[in-house]
Design a protein around this ligand. Structure first.
Ligand SMILES: Nc1ncnc2c1ncn2[C@@H]1O[C@H](COP(=O)(O)OP(=O)(O)OP(=O)(O)O)[C@@H](O)[C@H]1O
Length: 303
């Protein structure tokens, strides 16, 4: 399994620039992301924020213009063609939004799950097919072809397919994008169960904010960078009952850059420059007026 104290997903200052006729789009603008082994993380963001670009890079289908991207110790910048197909077959498993991309229409669920193992010549394929379909909650679909299954069942079979060669990391691109809320919840629940039982590191990229309710960690991507993170954990209230606690954090990178929430900036009319003050246990950020003097109501730093 390699060194499990190393991140399973590591992006450092990842930049992806698309150049067209006279225009240049910076889809990723120095993105930093670390996902440790066994974590299940959702990356959420508005349309155009760079989510698909990130997933395409992590899946080995595209390369960053600059920066470092590693998955399970594999450096995605320097992959040869052969190494890339091995990476895609054995190191990562994929679930795409469009079910035809996940499953072959003329094969049954069991045959779809067995197919990647035929390529890697696994000897335990039969028992794995049964146990993975069971784990994904679709054992009853074993002999059905995709068109004989609901959208949610197809995505859960896709999860079993993605797991067939025991990947270290599952990458899912909008896996619930074409499903209603109830069916989405079933698919996400299956993903959570797999993550808990097999410990497979899971990254879900989505614009659907309800996905956050099913994972412990949600990273918000804005303008091609990770801006905030929400961590969820269970805690006890005064009556001793368990309840969910969600805490939002700003992301700070290795050189100290962080993004202030838009609403904070608007509320205090912060633009162009701010004053920073180091306090014993926090850093103070104070708006400055255009000429550099403190904005009205803001206190001057005492020396
Ligand atoms: N091949 C490409 N050529 C030019 N620009 C691109 C290309 N792919 C993505 N972009 C641009 O990069 C930015 C990020 O796109 P990306 O698809 O990663 O966003 P997204 O968050 O996945 O959006 P959505 O949720 O709509 O899929 C957008 O401005 C997009 O127009």
């Amino acid at each position: 399994m390699g060194n499990e104290t190393q991140p399973h997903i590591l992006c450092e200052d990842v930049v992806r620039i698309f150049k067209g006729e006279g225009i240049e789009v910076q889809a990723l603008q120095g993105l930093n992301l670390t996902v440790m082994p066994g974590e299940m993380t959702a990356v959420v963001g508005a349309s155009g924020s760079g989510k698909s670009t990130l997933l395409t890079i992590l899946s080995g289908l595209d390369r960053p213009s600059a920066g470092k991207a590693q998955v399970a110790g594999v450096d995605l910048l320097g992959l040869s063609r052969k190494e890339r197909s091995r990476y895609q077959r054995e190191t990562v498993g994929f679930i795409w939004q469009q079910t035809p991309r996940n499953l072959l229409p003329y094969l049954t669920a069991a045959e779809n799950v067995a197919l990647p193992m035929a390529i890697t010549r696994r000897k335990d394929a039969d028992t794995r097919v049964a146990s993975l379909l069971e784990l994904a909650g679709v054992a009853h679909c074993r002999n059905r072809k995709p068109q004989e299954m609901s959208g949610g069942e197809q995505q859960r079979v896709a999860l079993a397919v993605a797991l067939s060669n025991e990947p270290k990391v599952i990458l899912a691109d909008e896996p619930t994008g074409e499903l209603d809320e109830h069916t989405s919840a079933e698919v996400l629940e299956a993903m959570r169960r797999v993550n808990e039982e097999l410990g497979t590191t899971t990254l879900i990229v989505t614009h659907d904010p309800t996905v956050s309710e099913h994972v412990k960690r949600t990273v918000q991507i804005r303008d091609g960078r990770c801006s905030t993170e929400t961590l969820r954990r269970t805690g006890l209230n005064n009556d001793g009952d368990e309840h969910l606690i969600a805490e939002e954090f700003a992301v700070i990178d290795r050189v100290g850059r962080l993004q202030l929430p838009q609403e904070f900036m608007e509320s205090l009319d912060m633009k162009d420059r701010v004053r920073l003050g180091l306090e014993p246990d926090h850093v103070r950020v104070t708006p400055a007026s255009a000429d550099g003097s403190p904005a009205s109501g803001a206190s001057e730093e005492t020396r």
